[in-house]
Design a protein around this ligand. Structure first.
Ligand code: NAD
Length: 417
């Protein structure tokens, strides 16, 4: 499904548009184009068969003008440095859009976690963390989960970091299991934020959530939880997919049951009450009111954007839509909620987790969700109001807000020496 378009080209093109509209100083624009620091590592791991395998990994720190670097770690066979640079840049804008005091970072290890045992994943995680030790830390750079990483992997990261420090440092990473300092609600936070922003968009376009139909691409942490939360709001989830393909049922699927099936079999395929199996490209073009891409970059391109039927697209994934596709969706009057707004619920609750760890507090789920609701509703309103005022689309509006805040911070701090 992916095209030749590179996520870094997309991110740089978006930055260029924002820089021109904001009339940014060329020096500041140049500053924003590149990550401040990039670390690449070769991680040796003794596999279960006693052979040593070397895994390529990296951590990219984009800009920290508004606070410590923050961003997930991705384990995926296609991870590469330019992709991680793009993801780190999007993190910078995202933290600024929801106005939390972080900069942007991202990490990745090129591996296939589906083919690795838990022991191999633990060894990889601990060795990778060891190689990042001087780079990360609660006031420097705070990692979190992303594609094919999870709370257990964050626990190993926390333990490795803590063992080297000589004391427990839960605030060095977010998205941990609750038992070791994780926050209530973090696991579903990205999806809850996606659904809050979809609900806000629906309100503006006069669409009722109850009875609306939705398709979800990618049935992992974000996509699976988005489907479950939507179902609880009365939305009919008619199609879902994962890396192996998708399923469709016009009467609606039960997302919790689909999740159970995926946990048992490894895929959504083969789910009994589905009417038919579909491909990932077909899923994106399904007849539905709401489309939630929740897998990888470059899924909605100029090739398929014209065939998208949804009236609202909520970008749960990072970078799922190319700039060419953006134009087509805009012409079709699709209400697109850009990734740096739509999926910001994850980093917002990661911020809450970090604050709880630093203050040694533990907030209730109600408190976390109430605070998340406030941040998402306010951020959506900020982006929406600026969109109307500046007569741009939602993506441009979010970029103007995010890039604008970061540029202002850089100018305020000044260039030393
Ligand atoms: P995950 O590993 O839990 O799930 C990824 C899902 O995507 C899996 O179901 C996988 O089968 C599916 N997938 C992989 N390749 C696919 C393909 N080519 N076509 C269709 N499906 C495919 O990851 P996640 O944490 O749910 O992340 C999903 C997206 O959300 C990513 O773009 C990530 O950057 C973004 N995101 C995640 C968070 C978070 O808190 N985890 C926060 C913000 C954004």
């Amino acid at each position: 499904m992916s095209t030749q378009i590179e996520p870094l080209d997309v991110a740089l093109e978006q930055l260029k548009i924002a820089a021109e509209m904001l009339n940014l100083d060329p020096g500041v624009h140049a500053f924003l184009k590149r990550p401040k620091r990039t670390l690449t590592v070769s991680v040796p791991v003794k596999m279960d068969d006693d052979q040593v395998q070397i895994f390529w990994g990296c951590r990219v720190q984009h800009i920290d003008a508004r606070g410590p670097y923050k961003g997930g770690i991705r384990y995926h066979p296609c991870v590469n440095l330019d992709e991680v640079k793009a993801l780190a840049m999007w993190m910078t804008w995202k933290c600024a859009v929801v106005d939390i005091p972080y900069g942007g970072a991202k990490g990745g290890v090129c591996c296939n976690p589906k083919k690795m045992s838990q022991t191999e994943l633990e060894h990889l995680t601990r060795r990778y963390t060891n190689m990042l030790l001087d780079f990360i830390g609660p006031h420097k750079d705070v990692p979190a989960p992303d594609v094919y990483t999870n709370p257990q992997i964050m626990a190993w990261l926390m333990d490795t970091y803590s063992r080297f420090k000589g004391y427990s440092v839960p605030e060095c990473v977010t998205g941990k299991p609750i038992i070791v300092g994780g926050s209530e609600g973090r696991n579903e936070a990205t999806s809850r934020g996606v659904l809050i922003s979809i609900r806000e968009a629906a309100r503006r376009v006069g669409m009722k959530m109850k009875g609306a139909t939705m398709a979800v691409q990618g049935y992992g942490n974000v996509g699976g939880n988005a489907a479950k939360i939507a179902h609880n709001m009365g939305v009919k989830v008619v199609g879902v997919s994962d890396s192996r393909g998708g399923i469709y049922s016009p009467k609606g699927l039960d997302p919790a049951k689909v999740w159970e099936h995926k946990m048992k079999t490894g895929s959504v395929l083969g789910f009994k009450s589905a009417v038919k199996e579909i491909t990932n490209p077909e899923l994106l073009e399904l007849e539905c009111d709401i489309l939630v891409p929740a897998a990888l970059e470059n899924q909605i391109t100029k090739t398929n954007a014209g065939s998208i039927k949804a009236k609202i697209v909520g970008e749960a994934a990072n970078g799922p839509t190319t700039p060419d596709a953006d134009k087509i969706l805009r012409e079709k009057k699709v209400f697109l909620i850009p990734d740096i707004l739509a999926n910001a619920g994850g980093v917002t609750v990661s911020y809450f987790e970090w604050v709880q760890n630093l203050t040694r507090e533990h907030w209730t789920l109600e408190e976390v969700n109430r605070k998340l609701e406030n941040v998402m509703v306010k951020s959506f309103k900020d982006v929406y109001d600026a969109m109307v005022k500046e007569e741009v689309d939602m993506r441009t509006s979010a970029l103007l807000l995010g890039v604008g805040r970061v540029a202002k911070a850089i100018e305020t701090l000044g260039l030393w020496p």
